[in-house]
Ligand binder design. Structure first.
Ligand code: C2E
Ligand code: CA
Ligand code: CA
Ligand code: CA
Length: 279
């Protein structure tokens, strides 16, 4: 084998080892992330295409590690799911979200629903529903201001276990969204058996909706079927005016993406709301 090839392999190997090491230290660091107050929330606005107004937000967790910097949730959430810390993180996120809602209500800031991502593992916790009920009351949060986002993959893989839990949450007044739709089975047949209010089309479909005619007809079909089932359609990952116009033509109800707003701090989000209101 040529020297250069060998060197290349060794480099790859070293990179793989470094990655593993990094993952290991991340997973150790994750244990203390909550304790050491390293997690915080960002809020990303949603925009209602019919009302042409901001209509709520999605809560996105962030982890600021003193050494690693900001660690992406697409890295640490799967890790937390594997290691079980997702339960603690999930409850932390919900508490913070409730607190933010209460603060905004006090300030007279009323803006649609606040959507929170719920890990499937969290939903499966035996006392999840009791926890939610208890903390809604304790914080004085109106369930109608909340939306829970659960991924398509999880819902369809754990269909029977989910249905009843989601029904209870739905009866409490919490809106239920199926997230990342179009990446998994995309089995529309199941949709009407779940107590859903919202269908969120995954960002990956929007990324090539302009250039790929097949994706275009897929998205159009998803929108039509979702509307037949009385679901509101949220499109995530809208980055351009062209994408906005395209999904608007297809009848999507709400968009979310950098074109409207990036995820930002509570302060930044409130500033955005007040500038939108004064327009
Ligand atoms: P998600 O639920 O699909 O959230 C949307 C992701 O897309 C967010 O990434 C958001 O920052 C990003 N995004 C929004 N608009 C655009 C856009 O126009 N262009 C591009 N390129 N990206 C956009 P983020 O914040 O990195 O979160 C990644 C994933 O981590 C989330 O995907 C969600 O699955 C998970 N996650 C985040 N926060 C939580 C949480 O509190 N609990 C749980 N269980 N999962 C969370
Ligand atoms: Ca989400
Ligand atoms: Ca999503
Ligand atoms: Ca996604």
């Amino acid at each position: 084998v040529a020297q250069s090839t060998l060197r290349m392999f060794m480099r790859y190997d070293r990179q793989a080892v470094e990655r593993k090491k990094h993952q290991l230290s991340l997973s150790q660091a994750l244990h203390s992330a909550i304790e050491q107050d390293q997690l915080f929330l960002h809020f990303q606005a949603k925009f209602d295409l019919h009302k042409q107004a901001l209509s709520g937000c999605e809560v996105l967790v962030r982890w600021h590690h003193p050494e690693f910097g900001i660690v992406s949730p697409s890295l640490f959430i799967p890790l937390a799911e594997q290691q079980g810390q997702i339960i603690e993180i999930g409850y932390w996120v919900l508490k913070q979200a409730f607190q933010a809602l209460v603060n905004w209500n006090k300030k007279g800031i009323h803006i649609g629903k606040m959507a929170v991502n719920i890990s499937g593992r969290q939903l499966m916790e035996p006392d999840f529903i009791e926890w939610v009920k208890h903390h809604l009351t304790q914080h004085g949060v109106n369930a109608a201001q909340l939306e829970f986002e659960l991924t398509e993959t999880f819902l369809l893989e754990n269909f029977d276990d989910c249905v009843n839990k989601l029904k209870v949450l739905s009866e409490l007044g919490i809106s239920i969204a199926i997230d990342d739709f179009g990446t998994g089975y995309s089995s529309l047949a199941y949709l009407n058996k779940l107590p859903l209010n919202v269908l969120k089309i995954d960002r990956s479909l929007i990324a090539d909706v302009e250039s790929n005619l097949q994706t275009q007809s897929l998205v159009a079909n998803i929108v039509r079927l979702a509307h037949d089932l009385n679901l509101r359609v949220v499109v995530e990952g809208v980055e351009t005016m062209d994408q906005l116009q395209l999904v608007q033509q297809m009848g999507c109800d709400v968009i979310q993406g950098y074109f409207i707003a990036r995820p930002q701090s509570e302060q930044g989000y409130i500033a955005l709301l007040s500038s939108a209101q004064s327009q």
